[in-house]
Design a protein around this ligand. Structure first.
Ligand SMILES: [Ca+2]
Ligand SMILES: [Ca+2]
Ligand SMILES: [Ca+2]
Length: 284
């Protein structure tokens, strides 16, 4: 089992090649490079100090860079997801940590992701240090969820024709009937760090979206092959070192790891990894 960081970096480099727009059924931005290099379009960057460090993307908004208090701090990106139009099983998952204050949430700060279209469907997650706001309907107020400060959390939205589901760290927070099909006409995903009145620093681990893989398939990117690209995500499901992933025997590994649970007992353990090896087709 190749599990050292060098291997994972190499695997990620392979993944970048496989995740080019329109070529794979999952887009994965792991932040080993800056957002633009990983395929995002920069919308606006003002008064932001940014850096990439060991697979994390940092956005810092500080009074030392420029005066805040006038909505001037922003670092925002967007991608079209129209290649997924009509896809009946779609997910968005991201992991972020911020030290930004909850008083910034009404202004869309300090960190957040929105996906929507001009067809009247929107899903919006705004993350502060210890509070999250989730919007699942265009014309309804959102949910507020308390979170533990000081650690990153994993956020996941799953979309089906008759249901949306919102998870934090693999726990179901909200579900309901979607306002409409999504992705649909002119759909896009945008994310940003922002400071309205107060300084903050955001750390992004990854942003992933695409077709929900088949349970127990080992095929994370749904390309009908089980390769090193898929192993990158199987390895994450095997470990329990990150929020939202509960690897190991007897643990429910959560919705993001159903594809790696070959014996359908909710955990991802060495028995599942053995099954993964048997289905491994090799290559990228
Ligand atoms: Ca990362
Ligand atoms: Ca695959
Ligand atoms: Ca299992």
């Amino acid at each position: 089992m190749r599990s050292d960081r060098t291997c994972l970096r190499a695997t990620w480099l392979l993944l970048v090649a496989a995740a080019a727009p329109g070529l794979a059924d999952v887009f994965s931005s792991e932040f080993f490079f800056d957002p633009v290099s990983e395929g995002w379009e920069l919308i606006q960057q003002i008064c932001a100090e940014t850096r990439v460090d060991d697979g994390w993307y940092y956005q810092r908004f500080d009074h030392d860079v420029c005066p805040l208090g006038s909505a001037t701090g922003q670092d925002a990106y967007v991608r079209s997801i129209t290649e997924f139009n009509g896809e009946p099983q779609f997910f968005l998952e991201f992991r972020v940590q911020t030290d930004g204050d909850r008083s910034e949430i009404p202004r869309g700060a300090p960190s957040g992701i929105a996906m929507g279209c001009f067809c009247g469907v929107i899903y919006h997650v705004t993350v502060a240090r210890d509070l999250v706001k989730f919007i699942g309907h265009f014309d309804l107020p959102g949910w507020f969820i308390e979170i533990e400060p000081g650690v990153p959390h994993t956020y996941r939205i799953e979309l089906y024709p008759d249901r949306y589901a919102f998870y934090i760290d693999a726990y179901l927070i909200d579900e309901g009937l979607p306002d409409g099909p999504f992705p649909a006409h002119d759909s896009r995903i945008s994310w940003r760090g922002k400071s309205w009145y107060l300084p903050c620093e955001n750390a992004w681990d990854y942003i992933r979206y695409g077709v929900i893989p088949v349970d127990g398939s080992g095929d994370y990117d749904s390309d009908a092959e089980v390769t090193l690209d898929d192993f990158y995500f199987v390895h994450e499901c095997l470990t329990n070192q990150r929020p939202g992933v509960n690897g190991g025997p007897g643990n429910d590994a959560g919705p993001a790891c159903r594809f790696a649970d070959f014996d359908f007992d909710t955990d991802v353990d060495l028995l599942d990894f053995a099954a993964f090896q048997l289905t491994f087709t090799g290559g990228e």
